[in-house]
Design a protein around this ligand. Structure first.
Ligand code: PMV
Length: 347
C-alpha cells in the first residue's frame, strides 16, 4: 500500500473518576462501572512518526519523554502493542518514534497513564483511518477508547469529554466494559465548567502500582459488596447530575474516594497511599465547608494528591481559601488549576 511514512500528533487529557474503577479481570475488563470528568489542562502531547520497514517480524519503536530516550517505558508499550495488534494489524509494518510530553510536572503523582495511553491510541487510530477513510467519527472514538483501555483501563475515559462512563451497568444505556461512552443523560448547569484544583501533596513514586492494587481486589473480603455498591452509586448519581444537587454530589464523590482507599487498607497485603497532609487537607476542606456552606469537595486517585472539585460560580472564594490555607500542605507549594474538559484533539 501507499502509506509509507508520516507523522501524527494528538493531545489527550487526563481524567478524574467520581465513581472509581478498582478491580479488573481478564483483558482489562473492569469489575465495576466508573464515571469520570475529563480534564482540560492536564494533558499528554504525543507525536508519532511512522516509517515503513522492510520486515514485519517484530515491533520496532523508540520512546522519548521531553526529548530524552526512555527505554524503561518500552515494556509497557510492547505489552500494549501485543494486546492491540489484532485490531490494528499494521503495527509490525512500521518503525515508530514516539515523542511525548506532559503539561503537568513529571512524577507529580498525577497519573500520566490515562493521558499517555489515550494519546498513543489516538495516533495509531489516525493511521488506521488512512486505510479506512470511510470510518465515522463515532466508530473512531469508540475503537480508540477500546484500544486505550488495553493500554491502561482508565485511559478509555480520556478520548472524549466531558463526563464519561466505562463499565456495563443497568442504569446507563449502552454502557460497555469494552470502551467508554459519553454520559447519555441530562447534566445540570451547576456542573458546567466544574473546577478541579489538584494539590500535589507527594511527588514520590507510589509504593504500590495500580496494577497491583487492581489484583488485590481478587479475593478481597469486601470485593463483592464494593462492586455492587459502585453499580448502586451509578444509579444514585443520575438524579444528582440531573437536578444539580451539589451537596449530594459531594457526599457521593467523597464517599467513593474514601472507599477506594479503604479497599487498599483492607486488602492483603494492605497499604496506605494517603499522607499526613492528605488528611490535613481533607479536614480543612470539611471545616471550611461547614463554616461557609460553599460546595467544595474532594476526591482522591490512587495516590496522596487531593483533587478539590467545586462549581465555577464559587471559584473566587474557594481558590482564595486554597491559596491561603491549603497550598502550605503541598510539596513545594505546587498545585494545578484544572477544570472539566472536552476531550482529545489532533494537532
Ligand atoms: O487505569 P489504571 O489501571 O491506572 O487504574 C486507575 C484507577 C483509579 O485511578 C484509582 C480510579 C479510576 O477510576 O480512575
Amino acid at each position: 500500500n501507499s502509506v509509507e511514512n508520516g507523522t501524527v500528533t494528538w493531545e489527550s487529557p487526563s481524567n478524574i473518576a467520581l465513581i472509581k474503577y478498582w478491580g479488573k479481570r481478564d483483558l482489562q475488563i473492569p469489575e465495576n462501572p466508573s464515571i469520570s470528568f475529563t480534564l482540560s489542562e492536564c494533558k499528554t502531547i504525543t507525536k508519532l512518526t511512522y516509517t515503513k520497514k522492510n520486515d514485519t517480524k517484530d515491533f520496532s519503536f523508540d520512546v522519548f519523554l521531553d526529548g530524552d530516550k526512555k527505554d524503561d517505558f518500552k515494556p509497557k508499550i510492547e505489552t500494549f502493542f501485543k494486546r492491540i495488534e489484532v485490531y490494528v494489524p499494521f503495527l509490525k509494518d512500521y518503525h515508530f518514534t514516539i515523542e511525548t510530553k506532559n503539561t503537568f510536572p513529571h512524577s507529580s503523582g498525577i497519573a500520566s497513564s490515562a493521558s499517555g495511553m489515550s494519546a498513543l491510541a489516538l495516533c495509531l487510530m489516525r493511521i488506521e483511518r488512512l486505510f479506512n477513510s470511510e470510518m465515522s467519527n463515532t466508530f473512531f472514538n469508540q475503537k480508540t477508547s477500546f484500544l486505550a483501555r488495553l493500554g491502561s483501563g482508565s485511559a478509555c475515559r480520556s478520548i472524549e469529554g466531558n463526563l464519561i462512563v466505562w463499565g456495563a451497568t443497568k442504569s446507563i444505556e449502552n454502557s460497555s466494559d469494552l470502551f467508554g461512552i459519553k454520559y447519555p443523560y441530562k447534566v445540570h448547569d451547576n456542573f458546567k465548567n466544574y473546577q478541579d484544583t489538584i494539590l500535589l501533596i507527594d511527588k514520590g513514586e507510589k509504593q504500590v502500582s495500580s496494577t497491583v492494587g487492581h489484583q488485590l481486589m481478587h479475593g478481597h473480603p469486601f470485593a463483592k459488596e464494593r462492586f455492587a455498591q459502585a453499580h448502586d452509586n451509578m444509579e444514585t448519581l443520575k438524579p444528582i447530575l440531573e437536578t444539580g444537587d451539589l451537596n449530594a454530589f459531594i457526599n457521593l464523590m467523597e464517599s467513593e474516594a474514601l472507599t477506594l482507599h479503604a479497599m487498599m487498607m483492607t486488602s492483603n497485603p494492605y497499604f496506605i497511599l494517603m499522607k499526613p497532609n492528605t488528611l490535613e487537607v481533607i479536614n480543612r476542606i470539611w471545616k471550611f465547608r461547614t463554616e461557609t456552606g460553599l460546595h467544595i469537595g474532594f476526591t482522591l486517585d490512587a495516590g496522596a494528591n487531593v483533587h478539590i472539585l467545586y462549581p465555577q460560580s464559587e471559584k473566587a472564594q474557594i481558590l482564595e481559601f486554597i491559596e491561603n490555607e491549603l497550598v502550605a500542605y503541598c510539596k513545594n507549594g505546587e498545585y494545578i488549576c484544572d477544570q472539566i474538559g472536552l476531550g482529545a484533539n489532533q494537532i
